[in-house]
Design a protein around this ligand. Structure first.
Ligand SMILES: [Zn+2]
Length: 652
């Protein structure tokens, strides 16, 4: 089939599809037009009420066409925004505390931001239904975070400002997804980064008709150049092998993001800088966290005198091209590939990715980073999938010795160290990834120190770096959190807002003059960020302590401190390099990781349903990827391998 034929065939099929939809609508609905909007189909009607009254109509059409169907009123039948605003305010109970009502005429949508979205939705969606019946506008509900977040405000504003662009972009993506293609007969995967290593995660999946990438990260080390925090970083190992895979950026159908850590998504703005203009799929919290982390990365590199890979403009481009999906929503991302996210338990919004290729041709589960165990923040990773042929699994702690202590013991150990250091008049620094571990640690400290008991220490807990905004984003998405925590946030008792936490904005040196304190600072592996700054100020006093609770990659300053580094050269507040003697106490407390330990990884594979036919290990140092693959092969009697970067595997 040549291109012209393919186009004609596509058009023909689409006309048939739209005719089918039309024929299933009641005639009084008065069909105006049907359009693609990303993976969804939107129907515009003169009398949408006729359909709103009967939910069964939409359900039966959607199941007949196997696509998500959105019903909207035609432009000419929308109530004037000012009037609609009044109407909405009168329909929604005041207790919902509406913060904002904004209209997107291009989408016939009205966005209602409220403290209590449940009250805007109403019982079984009754209030929403009422709003659409009365105003014609299609209501969308957003939650006001209980803590203010510049990131959320910024991302939401960007989506409104770029309404015209978004409409055009989504229409184009929809056409691309729904182009008619010949049946694919093979599926192959190419490891582009993060195989037998941690960092620059990326996997390319190809069929004769589709090319999609799962994750596209950078290695964490080269984030800040010029300081000894990164003396061993190797620029050649920083980015995925996109250029070696014979891949032209314009051929990519989609980029899928598992979660918002830099080693999984830090390279995506660079794709946009070089002309990618396709969709980026992620969950809504992942989109917002990406905005926070990528902007911070650009700032951090600029401040340290380096040249970032891309600038804020490219980050904005990425955000404008996102298509968000909740867990469990099945989405056609090409004519033959369906994507579904499931909970990965790693950080807020993190997803395992299920890809269904062809009609039953092949099924892949990619875990991204995953926690199959207890945390205070999230439920453990999901193990139920419709079908699985190949499983790609992370191996961060896949080595035979990587058994972490149980969580209760780990918490006690941490609190004992903190108590001892504080009682001796020292300060405790805990370097953390702003997203994930910080919130987990906040929950632990709040639980022990916010309540009566042997660990109720009367010292401040300072938060520095991006932690505050990251915690605020958590309060906008309580439905992604564990039930108990979700309820506390919904009832305005968010642990993140406990008064034991104090936020630091810029006066770090002054803090040093004050007495004992606990400092949670972003910059988990100490490759830059607030944690390095504090470390420089705290390092020479043996009364102080630094406690590592997360993963440190091989060349990071964090790892070198764990290995007994005695002196280090670091930039001071003016950027001048100064030698720093390391006299403070150094501790590592295992058990808080957002990654599964070895036992949890094996349990996950044992419990995952259905049983995969093949397993590929990734996201772990070489020995761990190999060890885990060997063990899984033996225990599960399956074909388990540890691919190398640039390996291409024919899956089908
Ligand atoms: Zn991660």
């Amino acid at each position: 089939m040549d291109e012209k034929e393919a186009k004609e065939k596509s058009k023909e099929q689409l006309d048939q599809l739209f005719d089918k939809i039309k024929s299933m609508l009641p005639s009084e609905a008065e069909f105006v037009k049907a359009e693609f909007e990303g993976p969804d189909i939107v129907i515009y009607l003169k009398n949408a009420k006729a359909v709103y009254q009967d939910d069964a109509i939409v359900r039966s059409i959607a199941s007949a066409i196997k696509k998500k169907l959105i019903i909207r009123s035609d432009e000419s039948h929308l109530m004037e925004p000012e009037k609609a605003k009044e109407m909405i305010t009168s329909l929604v109970p005041v207790e919902a505390i509406i913060a904002n009502i904004k209209f997107m005429p291009k989408f016939s949508e009205v966005y209602i931001e409220a403290m209590k979205p449940g009250l805007v939705i109403g019982k079984g969606g009754s209030t929403l239904k009422n709003i659409s019946m009365q105003t014609g506008w299609c209501p969308k509900v957003l939650r006001t975070p209980t803590m203010s977040s510049d990131t959320i405000t910024g991302v939401r504003q960007l989506m409104f400002n770029e309404e015209d662009f978004r409409k055009k972009f989504l229409t184009n993506v929809g056409r691309q997804i729904n182009r008619v293609i010949t049946k694919s007969e093979w599926v192959k995967a190419t490891a582009l980064g993060g195989y037998r290593e941690v960092g620059r995660s990326s996997l390319l999946l190809e069929t004769p008709n589709s090319k999609v990438i799962v994750d596209c990260g950078i290695s964490p080390e080269p984030a800040v150049r010029g300081s000894e925090a990164n003396q061993n970083s190797d620029i050649n190992r920083a980015f995925p092998y996109l250029d070696s895979a014979n891949l032209s950026i314009n051929e990519l159908d989609a980029v899928i993001v598992t979660h918002s850590h830099m080693d999984h998504m830090g390279f995506i703005p660079y794709l946009f800088k070089f002309g990618y203009d396709g969709p980026v799929y992620c969950t809504p919290p992942t989109r917002d966290m990406m905005a926070l982390l990528l902007k911070d990365y650009v700032k951090l590199v600029q401040r340290s005198g380096g040249v970032p890979l891309y600038d804020e403009k490219d980050v904005r481009k990425l955000l404008m091209h996102t298509i968000t999906r909740e867990y469990g929503e099945v989405t056609n991302i090409t004519d033959e590939i369906k994507l579904t996210y499931h909970n990965a338990g790693h950080i807020l919004g993190s997803g395992t990715v299920h890809l269904h290729v062809g009609e039953g041709l092949y099924n892949i589960v990619h875990t991204g980073d995953m926690k199959y165990g207890f945390t205070r923040l999230l439920d453990p990773a999901s193990t139920k999938y419709p079908r699985i042929d190949a499983l790609f699994i992370e191996s961060t702690y896949g080595g035979s010795g990587d058994i972490s202590p149980n969580r209760h013991d780990a918490e006690r150990q941490l609190m004992d160290i903190i108590k001892r250091v504080i009682q001796n008049g020292g300060k405790v620094l805990i370097p953390l990834f702003a997203v994930g571990r910080s919130q987990e640690l906040q929950l632990v400290l709040e639980s022990y120190m916010g309540n009566e008991g042997p660990y109720k220490l009367d010292v401040p807990i300072f938060l520095d770096g991006m932690i505050l905004d990251a915690s605020a984003i958590h309060t906008a998405y309580p439905e992604y959190l564990k039930e108990g925590l979700r309820n506390r946030i919904l009832n305005n008792r968010s642990p993140f807002e406990n008064e034991i936490f104090e936020v630091i904005r810029g006066e770090r040196a002054e803090l040093m003059e004050k007495g004992p304190a606990i400092i949670l600072a972003s910059g988990g592996m100490m490759n830059g960020g607030a944690s390095v700054d504090y470390f420089r100020m705290l390092a020479e006093d043996p009364k102080n302590a630094i406690i590592f609770v997360g993963f440190n990659s091989a060349n990071s300053l964090g790892r070198r401190l764990q290995n007994g580094l005695k002196e280090v050269v670091l930039p001071d507040e003016d950027g001048k390099l100064v030698p720093v003697k390391v006299n403070l106490q150094i501790y590592t407390v295992d058990g808080f990781s957002g990654h599964s330990d070895r036992r949890q990884l094996i349990n996950f594979v044992e419990n995952i349903r259905p049983k995969p036919k093949m397993v590929f290990t990734m996201h772990g140092e070489e020995s761990k990827c190999e060890d885990l693959a060997r063990s899984l092969g033996r225990i599960m009697h399956i074909d388990a391998r540890a691919p190398m970067n640039l390996d291409t595997i024919r899956l089908k």
